[in-house]
Design a protein around this ligand. Structure first.
Ligand code: C2E
Ligand code: MG
Ligand code: MG
Length: 721
C-alpha cells in the first residue's frame, strides 16, 4: 500500500469515526431531551389532573355543605325535603343523585325514592360528624356506573339531625376533562386500589410488566414516577389526590415511541450515507491510483506492461531465496527502423500493434512486456530444450504471413529472437544484456531467426567490446605496424611483389586480426587517417628498399571503401608519393570486389586516375561477391586476385569449382590481366594452379606475412616450384 493510500484510509476512517461519534452524541442528546420532555409533560399532566380531582371534590363538598345548611333552615317535611333535593339536583348536574338520610338510616332521594341506607360505614362516620367519601359502589339506578357518595353531617346546633349524601361519578368527570386536554398518554383514576376510570379500554394490569408493582407502591406512597422503558421514554407517574383518589398517567404513546426510533434510524441513515460516500471517495482514489500506476507501468500503444514491470518481475524471480527457472525471449523486429522511415510512424505504430497482438495471442497474454520501440520480452516458465525449440520455431513462424494493415496494405515482417535461460546468481541487467546480445547476433546472421545465448558468444562479445573501445587509440598509441606477404610468379619462380598488411598489437588484447578491427575503423571513419598512415608507412618502406628491389617490383596496399570515397583520397596518395620520393609504379592499390561493385562508377574514375598517375590497380577477393565477370571488363585493373575460398571449395566440391576457377583465370588472362591466386598453402595446389595457367600465387606455402626486415630477405631466395 502506498503512503498516499494509507493517508487516505486514515483520513477517511477519521471522518467516519467523527460522523459515528456525532450521531451517537446526537442520539443520546435527543433521547435525553425526549425523556426529559416526556417526564415534564407527564408530570404536568399528573399535577393538572390531581388538582382537578381535588378541586372537584372540594367544590362538591362545599356545595353539599350549603345544601346541608339550607336543610337545617328548611326543617321541612319529608316531601318538602325531597322536593328541595330534586330542585338542587337539577341545578347541580355533577351529582348523579342527592339524598337525605335520617339517623335511622332511611334515605329520602331527590328522585322521590325512599330506601334503606347502604354504604353503612361512611354513613355512620358522617353521623359522627366527619365528611366522608364512601367506598365505590354500582349506582342503584344504573349498575354500570361505579360511583361514590360524599356524605356529610347535617347539624342543627351541635346535634346531627341526619346525613346529606351526594353521589358523584368521578370517572365521568375526569373523562370529560381528559377529553378536552388531548392527553398524550393514558389516564387512570384509582379510588384506593380500585380502578375507577381509564381513558383506554386496555386493563391496567395488562398494560406493562410493572403494573402490579405500581399498584403496590400506590398503597404506600403519595406519589411515584417510574421510567418503564428508556428507549421509548415511557413513564408512569401517580399522585394521591384528596379523598383517597389516586391519579395515574401512563405516558406511553406510539408518537413518542417513534420519535426516538426515528432519530435512531435517521442517525443510522446518516452514518450509512457517510459510509457510502467515503467508500465512493476511496474507490475514486483507488481508481486514480490504478490509472496512474498503469500510466507508469503500461505501454500506451500495446497496453503491455513495460520495462519497469519486467525489471520488478525479474528481480523477484532471480532472488536467490525464491529463485525460479525460466527462459527469457528477447524479441526484436527486423528492419523496423526502415519501415518507420519508409512508411511513416503511423504505419510503424500499426505494425507494432499487430505484432504485439500476435505475440500476445501466442503467449496467451502471459508475461509479455514491451521494453523498447520494437523490442518485446516474453518470459516462459520452462527450460526444457525441446519445448524451447518448439516455441522458438513457432515464434519465428508467427510472422510467416504478411501483416494485413488494411485491405490495400500488407507488410512482410520478420523477427529475431535472443534467448537466455535464468541461472542462479543472475541479475536482471545481466539477463537483459545477454538476451540483447543474442538478438543482435541473430540480426547479424540476417534476422528472422533465434539465437540462444551461450557463454562462448558472451566471450566473443566481450572481446568485440574491448576491440571497439581500444581500436580508437591504436594509431595514436603507435600500436600498428605493417607486415609484408610475398607474391610468387609461377613462370619465373620469383617473388615479384609484396602485399602490405596491417597489424595491430594491442597491449591489452594482444594481436587482433584486421578482419576484426578494420570494419570498426570504417564505422567511425578512423580508416581515413589510418589508411593515410598505411600508405605513408609503405611508401617509406619502399623508399628504404630502393636499392634492393629490382625493376617492376611493387608493394600492394589494400584500400577500404570509406578511404576510397574520401574526397582527399587521390591528393593524399599523390602528395605522399611525392613527399617520400618514390616512383608511383612501385605501389599497387587493391580494392575488394564488393567495394568495386557497390561503387563501380566512382571506383572506375579513381582507378583510372591512379593508372594514369602510374600506379597499378588490382581487384581483391574476386569471386566472393555477387558480381558478374563483366566487372573485369568495366574496371581499369591490371591484376585479379582470386579469393582463397575457391581453393577450399575445390577440395570439398571438386570439379565444378575447378571449372569455374579455370574460367576466371582464362577470362582475366584474355583481358590482359595478371591473375593472382590467394591462400595457396600446399604444393598440390601450386602445381594444379600452374597447370591451370595462373600467373602468380600468394599464400603460406611461399610465406606468411612478415615484418619488413624478414620479408626483404625472401626476395633473393631460390624457389624450386
Ligand atoms: P586480403 O587483402 O585478401 O589479404 C589477404 C589475407 O589472406 C591476409 O589476411 C593474409 O594473411 C591471408 N593469407 C595469405 N595467405 C594465406 C594462406 O595461405 N592461408 C590463409 N588462411 N590466409 C592467407 P590478413 O592479414 O588477416 O588480412 C585480412 C584482410 O584484412 C585483408 O584481406 C584485407 O581485406 C584486410 N586488410 C589487411 N590489411 C589491410 C590494410 O592495410 N588496409 C585495408 N584497408 N585492409 C587491410
Ligand atoms: Mg588484399
Ligand atoms: Mg584478398
Amino acid at each position: 500500500m502506498s503512503k498516499r493510500q494509507i493517508q487516505a484510509y486514515v483520513l477517511l476512517s477519521l471522518i467516519l469515526l467523527t460522523v459515528v461519534a456525532l450521531t451517537i452524541i446526537n442520539y443520546q442528546d435527543t433521547k435525553q431531551y425526549v425523556i426529559e420532555t416526556v417526564d415534564n409533560e407527564t408530570n404536568e399532566l399528573l399535577k393538572n389532573f390531581t388538582d382537578e380531582t381535588n378541586k372537584f371534590s372540594n367544590e362538591r363538598v362545599a356545595e353539599l355543605e350549603l345544601i346541608a345548611n339550607y336543610l337545617v333552615l328548611l326543617d321541612g317535611t319529608d316531601e318538602e325535603i325531597i322536593e328541595f333535593l330534586a330542585n338542587q339536583r337539577d341545578k347541580m348536574p355533577f351529582f348523579t343523585s342527592l339524598g337525605f338520610i335520617n339517623p335511622k338510616g332511611e334515605t329520602l332521594a331527590g328522585d322521590g325514592s325512599r330506601f334503606k341506607v347502604n354504604q353503612i360505614e361512611s354513613f355512620e362516620r358522617a353521623l359522627q360528624g366527619e365528611v366522608v367519601f364512601s367506598d365505590l359502589f354500582p349506582l342503584y339506578q344504573d349498575p354500570d356506573q361505579i360511583v361514590t357518595a360524599i356524605r356529610l353531617p347535617v347539624k342543627k346546633g351541635d346535634d346531627v339531625i341526619g346525613v346529606l349524601s351526594g353521589v358523584v361519578n368521578m370517572g365521568n368527570i375526569l373523562g370529560s376533562v381528559a377529553k378536552e386536554s388531548s392527553l398524550p398518554g393514558s389516564l387512570y383514576l384509582f379510588k384506593e386500589e380500585q380502578l375507577v376510570f381509564s381513558t383506554t379500554d386496555e386493563p391496567f394490569d395488562n398494560r406493562f410488566d410493572y403494573a402490579a408493582d405500581i399498584k403496590e407502591q400506590m398503597k404506600v406512597k403519595e406519589s411515584g414516577s417510574i421510567l418503564v422503558e428508556e428507549d421509548s421514554a415511557h413513564f408512569v407517574m401517580f399522585q394521591r389526590a384528596g379523598a383517597d383518589w389516586t391519579v395515574l398517567v401512563d405516558s406511553y404513546t406510539n408518537a413518542l415511541d417513534n420519535r426516538i426510533s426515528t432519530i435512531f434510524w435517521r442517525n443510522t441513515l446518516v452514518v450509512a450515507v457517510t459510509f457510502l460516500i467515503l467508500c465512493g471517495i476511496l474507490f475514486y482514489i483507488r481508481r486514480n491510483e490504478v490509472r496512474e500506476d498503469n500510466l507508469l507501468k503500461r505501454d500506451l500503444l500495446t497496453n503491455l506492461p513495460n520495462r519497469v514491470v519486467l525489471e520488478e518481475k525479474l528481480k523477484r524471480d532471480l532472488d536467490p531465496t525464491n529463485f525460479k527457472q525460466f527462459t527469457l525471449f528477447f524479441v526484436n523486429l527486423d528492419r523496423f527502423k526502415e519501415i518507420n522511415e519508409r512508411n511513416g510512424y503511423q504505419i510503424g505504430d500499426r505494425v507494432l500493434f499487430e505484432v504485439s497482438n500476435k505475440i500476445q495471442e501466442f503467449s496467451n497474454r502471459n508475461d509479455l512486456y514491451r521494453v523498447g520501440g520494437d523490442e518485446f520480452v516474453l518470459l516462459v516458465s520452462t527450460q526444457d530444450e525441446e519445448e524451447l525449440k518448439t516455441m522458438t520455431t513457432a515464434l519465428v513462424k508467427l510472422m510467416g504471413e504478411p501483416l494485413e494493415l488494411s485491405t490495400f496494405e500488407s507488410i512482410w515482417m520478420t523477427l529475431s529472437l535472443g534467448i537466455r535461460k535464468s541461472e542462479l546468481g543472475d541479475w536482471p541487467d545481466l539477463m537483459m544484456q545477454d538476451a540483447t546480445f543474442a538478438v543482435q547476433e541473430a540480426k547479424k546472421l540476417g534476422g528472422n531467426r533465434a539465437v540462444f545465448f551461450s557463454q562462448e558468444l558472451a566471450n566473443q562479445n566481450e572481446r568485440a567490446r574491448l576491440i571497439a573501445n581500444n581500436v580508437v587509440h591504436a594509431l595514436h598509441n603507435n600500436e600498428y605496424y605493417m607486415v609484408y606477404q610475398p607474391v610468387y610468379e609461377l613462370s619465373t619462380q620469383k617473388i615479384k611483389s609484396f602485399e602490405a598488411l596491417l597489424r595491430w598489437e594491442s597491449p591489452l588484447i594482444g594481436a587482433v586480426s584486421p578482419i576484426e578491427f578494420i570494419p570498426l575503423l570504417e564505422d567511425n571513419d578512423l580508416i581515413v587517417p589510418v589508411g593515410r598512415w598505411i600508405i605513408r608507412q609503405v611508401a617509406l618502406q619502399v623508399k628504404q628498399w630502393e636499392n634492393e628491389l629490382h625493376d617492376g617490383f611493387h608493394v600492394a596496399i589494400n584500400i577500404s571503401v570509406k578511404q576510397m570515397m574520401h574526397p582527399d583520397f587521390m591528393n593524399d596518395i599523390k602528395s605522399i608519393i611525392q613527399d617520400v620520393g618514390i616512383s608511383p609504379s612501385s605501389l599497387m592499390f587493391e580494392i575488394t570486389e564488393t567495394v568495386a561493385v557497390q561503387n563501380s562508377e566512382l571506383a572506375s574514375v579513381l582507378l583510372t586516375e591512379l593508372n594514369e598517375y602510374g600506379v597499378q590497380t588490382a581487384l581483391d577477393d574476386f569471386g566472393t561477391g555477387y558480381s558478374s565477370l563483366s566487372i573485369l571488363k568495366l574496371l581499369p585493373i591490371q591484376h585479379v586476385k582470386v579469393d582463397r575460398s575457391f581453393l577450399m571449395t575445390m577440395e570439398n566440391e571438386g570439379e565444378k569449382s575447378q571449372i569455374i576457377l579455370q574460367g576466371i583465370l582464362d577470362i582475366a588472362k584474355n583481358l590482359g590481366m595478371t591473375t593472382v591466386m590467394e591462400g595457396v598453402e600446399t604444393e598440390e595446389q601450386l602445381f594444379l594452379l600452374k597447370e591451370m595457367g595462373a600467373h602468380k600465387i600468394q599464400g603460406f606455402l611461399i610465406s606468411r606475412p612478415m615484418v619488413a626486415e624478414l620479408a626483404i630477405k625472401l626476395i633473393d631466395q631460390k624457389w624450386t616450384y
